[in-house]
Design a protein around this ligand. Structure first.
Ligand SMILES: [Zn+2]
Length: 62
């Protein structure tokens, strides 16, 4: 459980290694799902700000 598998050469690498010792490619991060969730959160914030800006910018028909 303490080792990670390189995505490129499929060899186990130590947990402290940032790059694969065999092929030199960067190893996957420990928590890619959390990083993806943070990106999705920023996407939602940006979308909300865009909607608010459009509501203020467009003329109100009602
Ligand atoms: Zn590798």
């Amino acid at each position: 459980m303490s080792s990670r598998i390189c995505l490129y050469c499929q060899r186990a690498q130590p947990d402290s290694a940032q790059n694969c010792g065999d092929c030199g490619m960067p190893l996957p991060t420990d928590r890619p799902q959390q990083r993806r969730q943070r990106r999705f959160l920023w996407f939602c914030i940006g979308l909300t700000l865009f909607c608010v800006a459009m509501m203020l910018w467009l003329p109100r028909s009602l």
